[in-house]
Design a protein around this ligand. Structure first.
Ligand SMILES: Cc1cc2nc3c(=O)[nH]c(=O)nc-3n(C[C@H](O)[C@H](O)[C@H](O)COP(=O)(O)OP(=O)(O)OC[C@H]3O[C@@H](n4cnc5c(N)ncnc54)[C@H](O)[C@@H]3O)c2cc1C
Ligand code: SF4
Length: 672
């Protein structure tokens, strides 16, 4: 058994720091936990233990500015929510935590569970923190049928290969040929190509180097350690969670390794061609043969291949079986191709692979940079680019302990990811078009409940897809914490549904949104309200709902007895109500989805694929960079990451980010 597999329980090991929750706030959280996890329904943890888990997690997340609003939310629940109770229910006016337990449950039911009122919805989202704490407990996980990785008889040998050579600068200045900012899909490829071409390279990454025994199978801890804003990043209206890695290796360290090309023959034509045609109309004519050649090279370097059969698991099987039952020819469905090798199907890809089986940039290109003598700097946040005329002369970075470094480079490549790259350009005084044409692949989960146990957790998390034309349905199953957050329902109902965790299969519906979002241009607004202003419009919502209906039909065709849509108002669809002659009735399903989902805020939405903000276009009225990846009006400043996509590419983007970064390097190399 490896050190990784023997990870300690999460909720019981808070870091040694003062509590995050003040005494009064802790009372509110405990009182809410009493409602959410009633002892009478067989809850395994006491409300106090749940509050301990919440506090431990908030301590890990304290650095995030997003946690500040929690103090206000708890204050409102304690003192303002009871006012609503007084008006609606005639409940005595007392602070929330002082109400009698049955009155408090009634108040929650009337105000938070069934509300369509936006501010109450915001309060209701606090539920997520409590669910995360409860379902991070190993005793709870075992009770619902989850088996920890260390007990599955798998080969959990740690990652092979020696330690990564990181650079610890001695002085405050460093001179290189090429400075790359961000070590994810885009940055790592450019840095590795530059190092291989004999250039001196500095690769600066804000996140820490988290590898080997530091990677534990504990969602609670790892989300705090590996994700930007510790996983709390959202759109300004709080309507959608935006997930991005903040760690050496970038988002590739926490992603699912799915590889699609634009124009992928496995996808329904002409999806990829459409995207490139849209880009052309926007002044972004990509050299397609060069892009395909770059894809070929990246795929060979990352051993991209179809997910092996034994790893597909119950959710992937349900997706493909259900689809075949509905559409016998099944032309637009299959298992994913991925950059994994020797994967044991532990199901924790989103929390980094401790075994080295995911060929993320950390395991590949970042290592190449270090091995070729490049400087890999982890934990260094680039704060500003120094500029003289049309040249960037220096890159100013800071370590968490306050140390400062200026990197002077012949060429500077910004690859800090969508949002991050726009923010850095804005901070450095580049403003024209910066932050515009922001888009997402937005997703929502749909869960199926089967009569017999399915052990969906015993597989790779994401293994198969169905191409619905304007949306993708992707199989995706998670360890207990994330499934609990996706599962609709409250209190006893939620506990009962989660008790059937081992009987669940899960899909995600993903759509490419319109490019009408915008990165906030002022630091104060970004920090206070979230970095991206965007709301799902009616067109995107209609597409999403079509996807939910298809996902529900597939679940039912695969034998699920009930389907749960991740909506705020409960939307449980029972097979017996919507099956007609053994076939799921699309109209009956759509009617139920329509009843629960009238507005995008009725859905649990997340995006792991933010794109845009520095759109590529040779037309300087539209683009931040041209098709040579160079920022308009500069000679040596380039951007090479998902931020240059002028529209969403609709499919999982890492391979395209990498292939485009390969093209970017060719332009950077021309500088000599
Ligand atoms: C949970 C999850 C699962 C996913 N699964 C898939 C998948 O299976 N297939 C797929 O194709 N895509 C997947 N993606 C998306 C994919 O990983 C990203 O689209 C891709 O990594 C984006 O590449 P990038 O170079 O633009 O940014 P990133 O990979 O995010 O890298 C940017 C890096 O820059 C760093 N940075 C930011 N600001 C600064 C600064 N000021 N100074 C220094 N460093 C900075 C960040 O910390 C980060 O490490 C997934 C994403 C998530 C969140
Ligand atoms: S499922 Fe992901 S994390 Fe687990 S072994 Fe495979 S690649 Fe690694």
């Amino acid at each position: 058994m490896s050190a990784v597999a023997a990870a300690p329980r999460s909720a019981a090991a808070p870091p040694a720091e003062p509590p995050f929750l003040r005494r009064r706030e802790r009372r509110t959280v405990t009182a809410l936990a009493e409602v959410l996890f009633p002892h009478s329904e067989g809850a395994l943890l006491t409300p106090g233990e749940v509050a301990d888990g919440v506090d431990a997690q908030l301590r890990r997340m304290r650095a995030s500015k997003r946690t500040r609003s929690l103090h206000l939310i708890l204050l409102v629940i304690e003192y303002v929510l009871p006012l609503a109770g007084l008006l609606m229910l005639g409940v005595h006016l007392r602070p929330f935590s002082r109400l009698a337990p049955d009155r408090r449950a009634q108040l929650v039911d009337e105000t938070l569970v069934r509300t369509r009122v936006k501010p109450l919805r915001t309060l209701a989202k606090l539920k997520t923190l409590l669910l995360a704490a409860y379902y991070s407990d190993e005793g709870v996980q075992r009770r619902i049928g989850f088996v920890p990785v260390r007990d599955r008889g798998l080969d959990t040998a740690p990652a092979p290969g020696g330690p990564l050579r990181l650079h610890d600068p001695a002085g405050e200045r460093l001179q290189v040929d090429v400075c790359v900012i961000g070590s994810g899909a885009g940055g790592a490829v450019v840095a590795a190509r530059a190092a291989a071409a004999g250039r001196t390279v500095a690769l600066l990454e804000e996140g820490a180097h988290v590898a080997g025994a530091d990677i534990v199978h504990d969602e609670h801890r790892m989300v705090a350690a590996l994700y930007k804003e510790h996983g709390l990043q959202t759109t300004v209206d709080l309507g959608m969670t935006i997930l991005q890695g903040r760690t050496l290796g970038g988002t590739t360290h926490v992603n699912n390794a799915i590889c699609f090309r634009l124009g992928d023959p496995a996808l329904r034509a002409p999806r990829g061609a459409d995207v490139l045609e849209d880009w052309r109309r926007l002044g972004c004519a990509i050299d397609e043969p060069a892009l395909q050649a770059s894809y070929d090279r990246i795929e060979a370097e990352l051993s991209v291949a179809h997910v092996p059969g034994p790893l597909v698991g119950a959710s992937g099987d349900a997706l493909l079986d259900g689809w075949r039952a509905l559409e016998p020819d099944a032309p637009a469905a299959g298992v994913f191709r991925k950059n994994i090798r020797g994967c044991i199907g532990c199901g924790y890809c989103n929390y980094a692979c401790p075994y080295g089986h995911k060929l993320s940039t950390l395991e590949t290109y970042v290592r190449d940079v270090a091995d070729l003598g490049g400087h890999v700097l982890a934990g260094w946040k680039v704060e500003r680019l120094e500029r003289r005329g049309d040249r960037v002369t220096g890159v100013r970075a800071r370590l968490a302990d306050g140390r400062r470094l200026t990197v002077e480079a012949g060429a500077v490549v910004v690859a800090a990811g969508a949002i991050g790259s726009s923010v850095l350009l804005l901070r450095s005084g580049f403003r024209r078009n910066v932050g515009t044409r922001f888009s997402f692949n937005a997703a929502t989960p749909v869960l199926g409940r089967h009569d017999a146990p399915r052990h969906s957790w015993a597989a790779d998390q994401m293994t198969a897809y169905v191409d619905g034309g304007s949306f993708l349905v992707e199989s995706s199953f998670d360890p207990p914490m994330s499934v609990a957050v996706a599962m609709p329902g409250w209190a006893g109902e939620h506990l009962r549904r989660m008790r059937a965790y081992d009987h669940l299969t899960r899909f995600g519906v993903m759509i490419g949104t319109r490019a009408d979002g915008r990165v906030k241009r002022t630091a104060f607004f970004r920090d206070t309200f979230g970095p991206v202003a965007w709301r799902m419009g009616a067109h995107d919502l209609a597409t999403m709902k079509r996807g939910i209906v298809l996902a529900t039909r597939i679940h039912l065709a695969a034998g699920a007895r009930a389907v749960y849509v991740a909506s705020f108002l409960d939307c449980r669809i029972d097979a017996r109500d919507v099956m007609r002659h053994g076939v799921p009735d699309a109209q009956a399903i759509a009617a139920r989805v329509d009843a629960a989902v009238q507005d995008a805020s009725d859905l649990l939405l997340n995006s792991s694929h933010p794109q845009g903000g520095n759109p590529m276009s040779d037309d300087p009225r539209v683009g931040v960079v041209g098709t040579d990846f160079r920022v308009h009006g500069t000679r040596n400043l380039f951007v090479a990451d998902a931020s240059v996509f002028p529209t969403s590419i609709h499919v999982n983007p890492q391979l395209t980010v990498m292939a485009m970064a390969g093209l970017a390097w060719e332009r950077v190399a021309e500088l000599g």
